[in-house]
Design a protein around this ligand. Structure first.
Ligand SMILES: [Fe+2]
Length: 136
């Protein structure tokens, strides 16, 4: 699996959110590049996953707070995506720390696809909204 190269395609136009997305992409790239990604219950993977889950939850908070502050009309719909991710990420983290994740590759693929889809499709939906509100 290839690592992700940040480009303007990923920019949602809000500096803080772009910075956080960059961090998340960096963690995804570390996951993909870790040779241990093939071993179930690897400590490295568990560590990256835990850090990533924690960071992602902080990021969701920032995003939702901003949406709320500016009256983003699709906040609820967007929040549901975050809730679903949280559920899944916690399952993964638990499974990984217990060493019961049989195929970490599935997990890595899921995370990779979820984030690229989320940033490029779901998050992009608020780009024009925040731009109109003057949020940068
Ligand atoms: Fe989001």
């Amino acid at each position: 699996m290839e690592t992700i190269q940040w480009s303007d395609n990923y920019s949602v136009g809000v500096k803080k959110l772009d910075e956080q997305h960059k961090q998340i992409i960096g963690m995804l790239n570390r996951l993909v590049s870790a040779p241990e990604a093939k071993d179930a219950g690897s400590e490295t993977i568990t560590d990256i996953l835990t850090t990533m889950t924690r960071y992602a939850l902080e990021h969701f908070k920032t995003e939702e707070k901003l949406m709320k502050a500016h009256g983003y009309p699709d906040l609820e719909e967007h929040r549901e995506e975050h809730v679903a991710y949280r559920r899944k990420a916690i399952d993964f983290s638990t499974a990984s720390s217990l060493g019961v994740e049989a195929t970490p590759q599935i997990l890595v693929t899921f995370l990779f696809e979820w984030w690229t889809n989320h940033i490029l499709i779901e998050d992009m939906k608020y780009k024009a909204f925040f731009a109109k509100k003057g949020v940068r």
